[in-house]
Design a binder for this molecule. Sequence first.
Ligand code: CTP
Ligand code: MG
Ligand code: K
Length: 170
Amino acid sequence: MSLSSLLWAFWYILPAYFANASPVLVGGGRPIDCGRTWRDGRRLFGDGKTWRGLIGGVSIGTLVGVVQYRLTPGFYGDFRTAVLLAFLLSFGALLGDLIGSFFKRRANLPRGAPAIGLDQLGFLISALALAYPVKTLSSGQIIFLLVVSPFVHWGANYFAYKMGWKSVPW
Ligand code: CTP
Ligand code: MG
Ligand code: K
């Protein structure tokens, strides 16, 4: 696989990365589950999943797609495709993150507890799945993203921790 195809894979997934990272800064306020609990008595998603984080993250990720189209229109073909792709990648990322939190709460993990694998790859797999009908990557590119994304995730979280934006470095 060529270096350029790996860089394009990275370019493709960028809205999902931005959507997943931005709630640390723009999130807060009313939780998506509104405090509701599941039949096990524990929270549905928990206080770490908020409407502001979801809507803000999807908006920022979609805007990234607008900028990407301006920079590399040929990669997307047309503007609508670029924006739809970015929206699906962003929404997919935050949906995957939400589903991850649902399973973390079922496993009795408190908000913010690490769940290795789920935290780093859940958002990615969900983003790739939702974006699949609009634009796809090769299987080699997908494997590349599965391998590098945990490191991007850890790096971004460590940075956010060092900046004082979050209280744990994961
Ligand atoms: N966040 C948010 N809304 C979302 C996702 C994230 O407001 N939909 C914010 C919350 O402040 C959250 C922070 O981003 O604490 C970091 O996100 P994440 O690590 O996914 O949440 P955790 O706090 O670790 O919660 P969980 O244990 O449910 O993963
Ligand atoms: Mg976390
Ligand atoms: K998460």
